[in-house]
Design a protein around this ligand. Structure first.
Ligand code: RIB
Length: 303
């Protein structure tokens, strides 16, 4: 029995540390380079697994070194891979990441084999989706796969959580299938299509009006805010942490939230867990280096 299913993107993260953002046409010397596991969907799956959830992924990877790296990671994290399709002749996803001295970053993603994820992959995983508690996805995988996965999961009684990253416009057809949307501030504004000077509250309200059940906005070091129709916003402050890098913080938030929802935590309580897990995630290197276990989140919350 699987608790959380991730319609997952997978990327090998090629991470270079540079002092500051690189200007157009400029070359900067990096001070370090690492290849580490990434991809928003895989990251969220790992985060949920480390919180004790039984996790399955629906994914496509190339039959290459980076594809083998994905499978080795998922096996090591105890994640179910029966619905992973390794594809001959296609490259696995790759993300090129620059991390700056202040811990912030920029990322470009080549989705590779992940771009071929389709409705048929969700259908092939029907049994797992129809019996899970929470289905999660991001905008790194094709919309058609997420639409179908969420349709099947919801018909089976599961909750759906969408991390709308990278920022993209989404059709109401999908928004209507989302129980919890977890945008950051810029993703929220793009999705809502509100003016640049519109408040976060106004942007979140406009998404609720379009059919999303709950909008949970992540605000980086400032914490997060939950919006639900007919209720006042529920705000949580952030934790003060020593930042190594912020890669995967949003994915950790989504994965930890899903794991907490899967053990039937009410949304405000699940949000508290996710907020603490995301805070811990920035204290380690790369997307999964700082991703905490459940006892680590418990310990932070007890402080
Ligand atoms: O959210 C962080 C992730 O974005 C990285 O792991 C990278 O692969 C990109 O998908």
């Amino acid at each position: 029995m699987i608790d959380v299913v991730s319609v997952a993107s997978w990327n090998a993260d090629l991470v270079s540390r540079v002092p500051r953002p690189i200007a157009r046409g400029e070359t900067l010397l990096a001070t370090s380079f690492e290849i580490s596991p990434g991809g928003k969907g895989s990251n969220a799956a790992v985060a949920a697994a480390r919180q004790g959830a039984r996790v399955g992924v629906i994914a496509r990877v190339g039959r290459d070194d980076f594809g083998r790296m994905a499978l080795a990671l998922w096996h090591a994290e105890g994640i179910d891979t029966q619905h992973v399709e390794p594809v001959e002749g296609e490259r696995s996803g790759v993300a090129q990441i620059h991390v700056y001295d202040d811990g912030d970053n920029t990322i470009s993603v080549f989705p590779g084999a992940g771009a071929g994820l389709a409705a048929r992959h969700a259908q092939a995983a029907r049994e797992m989706l129809a019996s899970c508690r929470v289905a999660i996805a991001s905008c790194e995988v094709p919309l058609v796969a997420t639409l179908e996965a969420f349709r099947i999961a919801r018909a089976g009684g599961a909750l759906t959580v969408l991390n709308p990253a990278p920022a993209c416009g989404l059709p109401d057809e999908l928004l209507n299938r989302v129980d919890v949307l977890t945008p950051n501030e810029s993703e929220l504004r793009l999705l809502a299509g509100t003016a640049a000077d519109a408040t976060i509250d106004a942007a979140a309200q406009s998404l609720l009006a379009r059919g999303v059940k709950s909008v949970l906005v992540t605000l980086g070091a400032a914490g997060c805010t939950l919006y639900r129709a007919g209720e006042p916003p529920h705000r949580l402050p952030g934790w003060r942490m020593t930042v190594v890098d912020t890669i995967g913080a949003g994915d950790t938030f989504t994965g930890a939230l899903a794991a907490a929802l899967a053990r039937a935590a009410p949304l405000p309580e699940a949000m508290r867990w996710a907020n603490a897990a995301a805070a811990l995630s920035v204290t380690g290197r790369g997307a999964i280096g700082g991703m905490p276990s459940r006892p680590q989140v418990e310990a932070l919350l007890a402080e």
